[in-house]
Design a binder for this molecule. Structure first.
Ligand SMILES: C[S@@+](CC[C@H](N)C(=O)[O-])C[C@H]1O[C@@H](n2cnc3c(N)ncnc32)[C@H](O)[C@@H]1O
Length: 336
């Protein structure tokens, strides 16, 4: 069984401070098939993740390449390290995700990690579709300026969203439209009014990217309250829901009565709506600030919404410090 050393991108340390190796090891353990026993090692003073993998087939290397922080891979041969090329897996250029900079943006690397662990946990027909390389449909029901949605395009999936800050949706539409034009990619992009019973209730932005020889990629976003996501998207269901909940600090959660420092009240109302939008076997991946809501209470809310939270040692390594007021964790739950 080959032993590989994975070198992590230096940016991962900026995102997670000293916790990058632990988070990345947990991500690789959950998302890379055939990988066993991921451990932290140092070789000649450089830190790596060392792991045993059953073989070095293309799909094993693609999974390692997709991991949010992996930069390079080597096979250990006695005292020597032999480089192995990691295949390029992104479907579009990653500057789509990295160019926008704004307060409240969810870190790009963390968004990739959350998407990876959520899609790796799919079951039933959504998992079968993932394994045959079909495009999946992912909803971010509090999508901000769309980091999850553009990260979905990188991974070859369709991204849909709801966001109640209309200016955030406008900014996302402007960035995406400019980026598509600048890259000279075949596309359509338009914003339109949304009417219900003759009354204007908000706007929606839709973009489609047509890459040669591939199914088109879609992004679609409604302005509106996430608790109305079910009525906004109608009967449409999704393979996965991936969202970074408001931290109650930079972004208050808008529960109707002004800003609430904790997202707990909003999540209690929104989770049953989101659960209704998931296909059977689909997964919901959520990150949140544990200073406002404990992991135990969040898992209870997921259960009350009819979802089955995944728990156990593999899920206990993702909690990390963002700043003095935010300790972020993630949870993934399956729709039975
Ligand atoms: C942590 S931010 C997500 C940022 C996003 N991932 C990005 O990178 O742009 C949480 C988002 O939830 C939105 N939000 C808060 N309460 C909401 C509600 N009731 N309905 C819809 N969106 C809401 C906020 O406006 C904010 O954009």
């Amino acid at each position: 069984m080959p032993t590989c050393l994975v070198l992590l991108a230096p940016s991962a340390n900026h995102v997670y401070a000293g916790e990058a190796p632990e988070l990345s090891a947990a991500e690789i353990s959950l998302t890379c098939p055939g990988v066993q026993d991921v451990r932290q090692v140092a070789v000649a003073g450089i830190d790596y993740l060392e792991l045993d993998v059953d073989d070095l087939s293309q799909n094993r290397l693609e999974a390692l390449s997709r991991a949010s922080a992996s930069m390079a891979c080597f096979i250990r041969e006695g005292e020597l390290l032999r480089p192995v090329a990691l295949p390029a897996t992104d479907v579009v250029d990653d500057d789509l995700v990295t160019i926008p900079k704004y307060q409240g943006k969810t870190n790009e690397q963390f968004t990739r990690l959350l998407l990876n662990v959520t899609l790796a946990s799919l079951q039933g027909s959504p998992a079968a579709r993932r394994d045959t390389g079909e495009r999946l449909s992912v909803l971010d029901p509090m999508c901000g300026r769309g980091t999850t949605l553009t990260t979905c395009w990188l991974a070859g999936h369709n991204g849909f969203g709801v966001e109640d800050d209309a200016r955030a949706v406008e900014a996302m539409a402007a960035h995406l439209s400019t980026w598509l034009r600048r890259k000279r990619l075949k596309h359509t992009a338009r914003t339109s009014k949304v009417r219900r019973e003759g009354r204007a209730i908000g706007r929606r932005f839709d973009a489609e990217l047509r890459l040669p020889g591939a199914e088109p990629l879609s992004i679609g976003v409604f302005t509106g309250d996430t608790r109305d996501s079910g009525s906004l998207w109608g009967r449409r269901t999704f393979d996965a829901i991936v969202t970074d909940a408001p931290y109650g600090v930079v972004h208050g959660s808008h529960t109707g009565g002004g800003k609430d420092r904790s997202p707990a009240a909003l999540l209690a109302e929104a989770l049953p709506v989101w659960a209704g939008q998931l296909r059977r076997g689909g997964t919901l991946g959520l990150s949140w600030n544990t200073h406002g809501l404990s992991r135990e209470d969040l898992l209870d809310l997921l259960g009350e919404a009819g979802l089955e939270p995944l728990d156990g040692p593999a899920w206990s390594h993702f909690s990390h410090r963002v700043d003095s007021s935010i300790q972020r964790d993630l949870a993934v739950a399956v729709k039975p």
